[in-house]
Design a protein around this ligand. Structure first.
Ligand code: SF4
Ligand code: SF4
Length: 261
């Protein structure tokens, strides 16, 4: 019997034997196609709470699965695998292993916020996508994305100096993501800037790269922001039980090692 809606089944869950004879009857190929059962045993019952504890994920509990976010999504229009509604469903039902199958595309949200405008329940799906990408990184499921690296160099500079110097941010971002500085698009952009911007402004930008200017009396503000950021990071680590995971990893018995007392 043919499998209906075969396109809805993940290819790796379809098992076909090229040559298979059962009780003397040749059922090779198409006739031996089986669908792998999807029995999940490793639910993460805290997953919704963990995502909700990260910035942007706060309203995930409101979702009623109408699908308006996915229907309006810019990235879904070019890649149907990018499916915010489905990922919210997986998070709310704790299906972590299913979510991890899509871990390499979740960060591709372009923050256009069409989903946020379309959502009838004020879930702010764009925020949920950001929180989910952040969660994947914090849990060690994915390396830091380029956008996380950019956020980090940007925040570090603002916190340290109270200023935004684009040239230094771009240099730091390229260094951290191990990219060549002399990229064609960047050279072209600099050429256009040089031909359009006033000389005084260009000189100021050039000097800022060397002198690293700071906002006057920034110290108190820097300390307050740093304290707040540290508090938030500690709260996120606690919500995701990251310190427990580190302790568990340390106490794991390695091959040839005596178990801890
Ligand atoms: S913000 Fe992200 S999830 Fe929302 S519509 Fe845009 S690309 Fe899709
Ligand atoms: S539009 Fe809002 S309520 Fe509808 S599925 Fe997306 S997040 Fe859920």
């Amino acid at each position: 019997m043919p499998i209906h809606e075969e396109h809805l089944i993940r290819p790796e869950n379809l098992k076909t034997h090229e040559n298979l004879v059962i009780d003397g009857i040749d059922v090779s190929g198409h006739w031996s196609t089986f669908i792998e059962s999807r029995v999940l045993t490793n639910y993460n019952e805290q997953m919704e709470e963990e995502i909700a504890a990260l910035p942007g994920g706060e309203f995930i509990h409101r979702c009623w699965q109408c699908g308006s976010c996915t229907n309006s999504c810019t990235v879904n229009a070019v890649n149907p695998e990018f499916n915010p509604r489905y990922w919210i469903y997986l998070i709310r039902t704790g299906m972590e292993s299913e979510l991890l199958r899509d871990k390499d595309i979740i960060w591709q949200c372009v923050s256009c916020n069409k989903c946020t405008y379309a959502c009838p329940r004020d879930v702010a799906p764009e925020g949920v996508m950001k929180a989910t990408a952040h969660w994947l990184e914090l849990k060690g499921h994915t390396p830091k994305s380029p956008s996380t690296h950019f956020d980090e160099v940007f925040s570090e500079q603002v916190i340290q100096t109270g200023k935004i110097e684009e040239g230094r941010i771009i240099r730091s971002f390229f260094a951290r993501t191990k990219q060549e500085l002399m990229q064609d698009w960047l050279v072209e952009m600099v050429k256009r800037l040089v031909s359009k911007l006033p000389v005084t402004m260009l000189m100021r930008m050039g000097l800022a790269n060397v002198l690293r200017p700071r906002t006057k009396n920034w110290g108190a503000a820097r300390d307050a922001i740093t304290e707040y950021v540290d508090e938030q990071n500690a709260a996120h680590r606690k919500a995701l039980k990251l310190d427990d995971l580190v302790e568990m990893a340390k106490s794991e018995v390695k091959p040839g090692q005596a178990p801890a007392e």
